[in-house]
Design a protein around this ligand. Structure first.
Ligand SMILES: C[S@@+](CC[C@H](N)C(=O)[O-])C[C@H]1O[C@@H](n2cnc3c(N)ncnc32)[C@H](O)[C@@H]1O
Length: 246
């Protein structure tokens, strides 16, 4: 079994990251919520890989009926324990299968998480299954970075993260440049020992995502560099893309 098979298990992320996900993720959800709330228009909304509710909870607080799909029971339990969490229904399963019934006006998948599907075919399955559950006037919103393989010369990278009086940390990447995917290890050194935090992603270029969408019967209607709708250019490091049924 390869590292990708192990890390690609939908429940794996939570086993490694659930414990301190909320402490380590300082990304402000407000710009995403400002973008998504009017698009939902008060109609049924689904977050794929909802995690601990970083975006879903403030969105629900704006009156949007949000539901979620999540691969990790540990992440979902963190969400359920938060104020308002009990009002956000979560289906445990693989986001590539979109294991829900009925139709949604808005489906969203943020924070580069489509890349957690470490196989291009499963990313394409995700688009196809989102198309299955979207209302005819619905929208699928994705947030990811734009891949930059020059960050991994020869397919390898070691990055210094921090050093203080109690600990130090590095991140090591091993990239399969042909398959566009990597395994990484965040390695934390303390007086008590070494902690490993593995991760894997299959990174996909915007044009490939558009092709997956088209094959699923969706087409790109908006692409921005940021949630605040800064124009997407060749220099953009990330994108917010909106796909709608053709
Ligand atoms: C980076 S976190 C993002 C969580 C949340 N969307 C946010 O923005 O904070 C990635 C999430 O994807 C979930 N996940 C990873 N692979 C998955 C899969 N195949 N199906 C469903 N959830 C998955 C993880 O358990 C984790 O909650």
């Amino acid at each position: 079994m390869s590292s990708y098979d192990v890390i690609g298990d939908p429940a794996f992320f939570g086993k490694v990251w659930a414990e301190d996900y909320d402490d380590g993720t300082e990304l402000d959800p407000t710009p995403a919520v400002d973008f998504l709330a009017p698009m939902a228009g008060g109609r049924r909304t689904l977050e794929l890989a909802i995690g601990t509710g970083r975006v879903a909870l403030p969105l629900a607080a704006r009156g949007v009926p949000v539901e979620g799909v999540e691969g990790s029971e540990l992440m979902a339990a963190k969400l359920a324990a938060k104020p308002g969490g009990a009002n956000v229904p979560v289906t445990i399963g693989d986001m590539a299968d979109v294991p829900v019934t009925g139709r949604f006006a808005l489906v969203y998948l943020v924070f580069n998480t489509i890349f957690n599907l470490v196989d291009a075919r499963r990313q394409a399955d995700c688009f196809a299954n989102v198309a299955r559950v979207l209302e005819p006037d619905g929208a699928f919103v994705i947030e990811t970075y734009v891949p930059d393989p020059s960050q991994f010369p020869g397919g390898k990278r070691v990055q210094a993260l921090w050093a203080d009086v109690e600990s130090a940390a590095i991140e090591v990447y091993d990239v399969d440049l042909a398959a566009q995917r990597f395994v990484s290890q965040k390695i934390i050194f303390t007086a008590d020992g070494i902690r490993l935090k593995p991760h894997a992603q299959r990174y996909t270029y915007p044009g490939e995502l558009d092709l997956m969408a088209e094959r699923a019967g969706l087409h790109l209607t908006e692409r921005h560099e940021s949630w605040t709708r800064r124009p997407f250019t060749g220099a953009s490091k990330g994108h917010i893309s909106v796909y709608r049924p053709m």
